[in-house]
Design a protein around this ligand. Structure first.
Ligand SMILES: Cc1cc2nc3c(=O)[nH]c(=O)nc-3n(C[C@H](O)[C@H](O)[C@H](O)COP(=O)(O)OP(=O)(O)OC[C@H]3O[C@@H](n4cnc5c(N)ncnc54)[C@H](O)[C@@H]3O)c2cc1C
Length: 391
């Protein structure tokens, strides 16, 4: 009988955790992260974790649908863990905003049922929102948001139950090779851990890890804008509507008691451009005020004020191929990259794991994903270009 391969996953964010669960039945999986618990850092630590099929190319919407079903199934199997709230999602944008046409095309092409609300319907259905200047809203009932930490934690525990070993407080300093094959990794404490396969799911630290390992690959993963996650109790405590996404103003709101609102600043905001060695930073006073104003504009009554903001985290998000992750075999045999999920990590992670497994096993049909090509997110991004249109 063929022995199982040893596979190292670097990173225990949502991608690393999901890959660990998917790969554990067929491999001896080892996960390493330099933080001290799952989903605490970087993208996953700050995420809004909304699972929406909006603003996606049709193929990505299929992957997001897979994610939605996966998470919904998990939350039914684990009713005592706060994993997922199915709230639906209302998305609005001005008429000429690119998202409006993309939503429709996506939904129509893959037959997702969605409801279009006229301006007056929105006014009567979503009374707390101020959406007067939008002619139409698109509502998808199969949307919601995950609790990023409990979901990642559960995936890690499930992976462990299938044999994965997960180690925290260990930083991987470089990938090791033997000729044209991966041979393992070296920690920053100089320990050498042999393996047959290595998956880097280290998000924006991926490029530096590659270059420390002698692979100089220019990845399109530079931050172009910063995303602010604002944690504050909603002032009214009453907003119980769907996830509300306003793409013309780049804000969205999740209806929960602890109210998390996210506003993203425009790309020209050089002041807040994140460096790769910097995970958090303080938002300047005037920026915070303008962010809060932007959010408040969409609500009829005051929902958030400066003194109630509990945490503000600024973090990288967008890469040059915004919307389109990178997942591919890279350089020496046995080395895979899986990152750059931009604002889509949660909804795409589970399907990405199935695609990765297919790619690693060189099988053509990823489970539950029909004929989607496992190499859809290859390094050249030849199949899908940056605005999500088939090349
Ligand atoms: C503000 C914000 C809102 C978002 N909202 C949504 C949303 O609504 N819906 C959605 O689907 N997605 C959303 N996203 C995107 C999603 O959160 C991310 O794409 C996803 O969390 C990225 O997960 P990841 O596992 O790739 O990386 P990360 O979560 O960044 O994890 C990478 C891990 O790798 C570890 N690591 C890196 N290098 C090393 C090393 N050398 N050795 C050991 N460990 C290492 C890090 O410590 C970290 O834990 C949002 C992101 C942000 C920032």
């Amino acid at each position: 009988m063929k022995s199982k391969k040893n596979t190292i996953i670097i990173g225990s964010g949502i991608l690393g955790a999901s890959h660990a669960l998917t790969l554990s039945p067929t491999r001896n999986v080892y996960v390493f992260d330099f933080v001290n618990g799952p989903g605490q850092n970087m993208g996953t630590g700050a995420s809004s974790a909304c699972i929406r099929r909006h603003y996606s190319h049709p193929e990505l919407a299929i992957l997001a649908t897979y994610g939605f079903n996966f998470i919904e199934g998990l939350s039914k199997s684990f009713p005592n863990i706060n994993l997922f709230s199915k709230t639906g999602c209302l998305s609005v944008a001005e008429k000429d905003n690119k998202y409006q046409s993309i939503y429709r095309r996506t939904f129509n092409e893959i037959n997702i049922l969605f409801k279009e609300y006229s301006s007056s319907e929105m006014r009567s259905n979503f009374i707390e929102l101020n959406v007067n200047n939008y002619e139409v809203g698109i509502y998808d009932e199969n949307a919601g948001y995950a609790d990023p930490q409990s979901l990642t934690n559960l995936l890690i525990n499930l992976a462990r139950s299938k044999g994965a070993q997960v180690k925290y407080n260990i930083k991987i300093a470089k990938i090791l090779f033997n000729g044209s094959k991966v041979s393992g990794v070296q920690t920053d404490g100089d320990d050498i851990i042999p393996s047959d396969e290595v998956i880097i799911a280290g998000s924006y630290l991926t490029e530096s890890l590659l270059s420390n390992s002698g692979i100089n690959l220019e990845l399109p993963s530079t931050s172009k804008r910063s995303i602010f996650t604002i944690y504050a109790p909603l002032e009214t405590g009453k907003y119980r509507g769907p996830i509300f996404a306003d793409f013309s103003n780049e804000i969205y709101c999740k209806p929960e008691s602890e109210g998390i609102l996210v506003g993203s600043l425009a790309s020209e905001d050089e002041d807040h451009k994140l460096r790769s060695d910097e995970h958090n930073f303080t938002v300047k006073e005037d920026r915070l005020v303008s962010l809060l104003d932007r959010i408040q504009m969409r609500f009829k009554s005051p929902i958030i004020t400066k003194d109630r903001v509990k945490i503000v985290k600024g973090i990288y998000d967008v890469n040059d191929f915004d919307w389109i992750p990178i997942q591919d075999q890279c350089g020496p045999e046995g080395l895979y990259l899986s990152f750059a999920t931009s604002g889509h990590g949660f909804k795409l992670a589970f399907a990405m794991s199935e695609l990765l497994l297919s790619q690693m096993d060189q099988s053509k049909n990823p489970k539950g994903l029909g004929n989607i090509d496992p190499a859809i997110f290859n390094l050249n991004h030849k199949r899908i270009n940056a605005v999500g249109v088939l090349a």
